[in-house]
Design a protein around this ligand. Structure first.
Ligand SMILES: [Fe+2]
Ligand SMILES: [Fe+2]
Length: 226
């Protein structure tokens, strides 16, 4: 199939390296905008620490987890575990975008900043779940080990544009998923925490959406395919 672009003629000349270079200015602009609008927040402020008790193992006063201790609905527990497992796989996602976008210049600054923000999500969710005894902590850890040990399988044929297109939708999906989980959780503390995470996810979506829009302007056919 021959791909032609009204702006640049045949797209055969577009490599990932050329696209990264052509989009760097947009990344810089979007990164600046992101840093201005992203509000700093402290994950520990969202966790009900005074609800926490020791677990058995090494502590004599350790109290085993029981479903009765959880303030969260059944569906909330399932969604929280799934959402946390997704956040937990951050090392694999970092590797994925660092490989495709690089670690230099504005692209690299974004990759590291995004990773740091995503890291907060796993931290605050795990701290909340353990302090409030919302889910079985042993199962949660076993799931995490199994999930992360699998890694993240991405299709190697995916180009950097495929990745930008994918995350534009994926960040929106995580925003919706966290927000709905909060609504369904039955615990206002959980809802507030997930609303804070969803605000981050929304800004991630806007960053990638604007980048995808710029890609449409310079390489519309390739971007449409992606
Ligand atoms: Fe996240
Ligand atoms: Fe995100």
């Amino acid at each position: 199939m021959t791909i032609t672009s009204p702006h640049l003629g045949s797209s055969a000349g577009w490599t990932d390296a050329r696209l990264l270079y052509a989009l760097e200015e947009v990344v810089e602009k979007e990164l600046d905008r992101h840093l201005k609008v992203a509000k700093d927040w402290m994950p520990h402020e969202y966790v009900p620490w005074s609800d926490a008790r020791n677990f058995p193992g090494f502590f004599e006063d350790g109290e085993a987890w029981d479903k009765e201790q959880s303030k969260v609905t059944e569906i909330g527990r399932i969604a929280l575990v799934v959402n946390l497992l997704t956040e937990d796989n951050l090392p694999s996602y970092h590797h994925e975008i660092a490989s495709l976008f690089g670690r230099d210049g504005a692209w690299g600054t974004w990759v590291h900043r995004w990773t740091a923000e995503e890291g907060r999500h796993g931290i605050v969710m795990r701290d909340y779940l353990l302090a409030s005894r919302a889910v079985d902590p042993d199962k949660l850890e076993q799931f995490r080990m199994a999930h992360m040990s699998e890694g993240f399988e991405s299709d190697n044929s995916h180009s950097m544009l495929h990745s930008v297109a994918y995350v534009s939708f994926q960040e929106l999906a995580t925003r919706i998923s966290h927000r709905n989980t909060g609504h369904q959780s039955g615990d206002p503390v959980c809802d507030r925490m997930l609303a804070r995470i969803a605000t981050d996810e929304n800004l991630h979506m806007i960053f990638y959406r604007n980048l995808l829009k710029a890609a449409f302007e310079i390489a519309p056919d390739l971007t449409m395919q992606a």
